[in-house]
Design a protein around this ligand. Structure first.
Ligand code: GLU
Length: 432
């Protein structure tokens, strides 16, 4: 296999403390490897190394206490070469310009791989939504939409849910945007409630795509799903649906986790019970009795056939990658594997289905939602799922093909798949 990545350099923060390696540098390291293998023109590579537009705003909010707190909001449009930019908005404490930049570039590649007529973007607000009231979150979302109203648009830049946001925030976004432009504009945001023009199947879509990617990877490696076992990290919108759907295909789930706890059950987790438990206990797993409590590190390195990291970034690192026992890793989260870990996993012969392919089911159904909003004709869940499953299968095949063709990993194969399309789009449009 071709050498996977360069080591991402450590970056220093303003206090001269070494912090996490830059996520965007990790994107560039992989982009460079893929560009070289593909023989991509230096001009196109250079364009893609630079996000098209980056905006940072300050959002003053009156908190419930009556005091004003100022939050940082971001939106980065990485590329509109293929079409209007698309990508979620996340609410988390680690949101910063580097992270949003990296996530926006991944959206460009993700949309190209999934064959969607979109470019890539990402936004976020540095906040801890778990510590905020519903009223504070509503004011914050409405302030963010107002501050960035000129960036967004049905044919310009279309947000969606990401970590810490969901249909509730998308409804607030839609309301504010529509009020500001003076007309109901459902296609400006996806992942909305169905009543407001959301698509059937959107909520489960990312988890469903992860399930399809898992089955495809198992088929390619000749793994029998009747005897296979899996561990899923994360029990939010991606993880919980992934657990449910992977389990529905006969695969035994031996370990699950969320940000509060992780559990192992040799005989298989009772998935229905876990879902019910989280549903009735504030959407967390803490206190679940259907397994032995383990650490997150134990979950990542446990003895299963398939590992699905579906929580946050950088959970598979050079520190735990050598101990991973799974044969297949399907990345439900964005960026769960560090650039250094890539090489270790490759050398161990572990098949990694990369995030930009594996979690593309979400944005694929976002696209179907947008199409429905534009046409005003709404589809059944079955219709949506059939289209999304077929699209995921095609995306998997093209990444697999490119990985074989260029004798590289699926991660670099996925970048190559995207770069081929981006190269054409950029050349057709021309650069002045
Ligand atoms: N935030 C999701 C992702 O990272 C969905 C993006 C979208 O639907 O636009 O893929």
């Amino acid at each position: 296999m071709a050498s996977e990545t360069k080591t991402a350099p450590k970056i220093e923060n303003t206090n001269n403390h070494v912090t996490h390696p830059s996520m965007f540098d990790a994107v560039l390291a992989r982009l460079d490897v893929a560009a070289k293998l593909l023989g991509l023109s230096e001009d196109v590579a250079e364009i893609l190394r630079h996000p098209q537009k980056e905006v940072k705003v300050s959002l003053p909010i009156v908190m419930d206490s009556g005091k004003v707190q100022v939050f940082e909001g971001y939106r980065t449009i990485h590329s509109t070469a293929i079409g209007p930019s698309k990508g979620g908005i996340r609410y988390a404490m680690d949101v910063n310009d580097d992270e949003v930049r990296a996530l926006s570039a991944w959206m460009t590649f993700k949309c190209a791989i999934a064959n969607l007529p979109y470019g890539g973007a990402k936004g976020g607000i540095k906040c801890d939504p778990r510590k905020m009231s519903e009223g504070e979150l509503e004011r914050l979302t409405k302030a963010y939409t107002t501050a960035l109203v000129d960036i967004f648009g049905v044919n310009k830049d279309i947000p969606a849910p990401d970590m810490g946001t969901g249909k509730r925030e998308m409804a607030w976004f839609l309301n504010t945007y529509s009020n500001l432009v003076g007309e109901h504009t459902p296609g400006v945001v996806t992942g909305k409630p169905i009543t407001l023009g959301g698509s059937r199947g959107r909520e489960a879509a990312t988890g469903r795509g992860v399930m399809i990617a898992t089955l495809e990877a198992m088929q390619k490696t000749g793994m029998n799903r009747k005897t296979a076992t899996a561990a899923v990290q994360g029990f939010g919108n991606v993880g919980s649906h992934a657990v449910r759907l992977i389990h529905s295909k006969g695969i035994k789930i031996l370990a699950i986790s969320d940000h509060t706890a992780a559990f192992w059950n040799e005989k298989g987790i009772d998935v229905e019970a876990a879902l019910k438990y989280a549903h009735t206990h504030g959407n967390v797993l803490k206190g679940f009795t259907g397994g032995t409590e383990i650490t997150n590190d134990e979950l990542i390195t446990c003895k299963v056939d398939v590992l699905v990291p579906a929580a946050i970034q950088n959970v598979i690192t050079a520190a735990n990658a050598p101990r991973i026992q799974a044969k297949i890793i399907v990345e439900g989260a964005n960026g769960p594997t560090s650039a250094e870990a890539d090489k270790i996993l490759n050398d161990k012969g572990i098949l990694v289905v990369p995030d930009v392919l594996a979690n593309g089911g979400g944005v694929t159904v976002s696209y179907l939602e947008w199409v429905q909003n534009k046409s005003g004709l709404y589809w059944s869940e079955e219709e949506v799922n059939t289209r999304a499953d077929a699209s995921m299968g095609t995306a998997f095949e093209s990444v697999w093909y490119n990985a074989q063709q260029y004798k590289t990993s699926m991660r670099i194969g996925s970048y190559i798949t995207a770069l081929k399309k981006l190269d054409k789009a950029i050349k057709y449009r021309g650069v002045y």
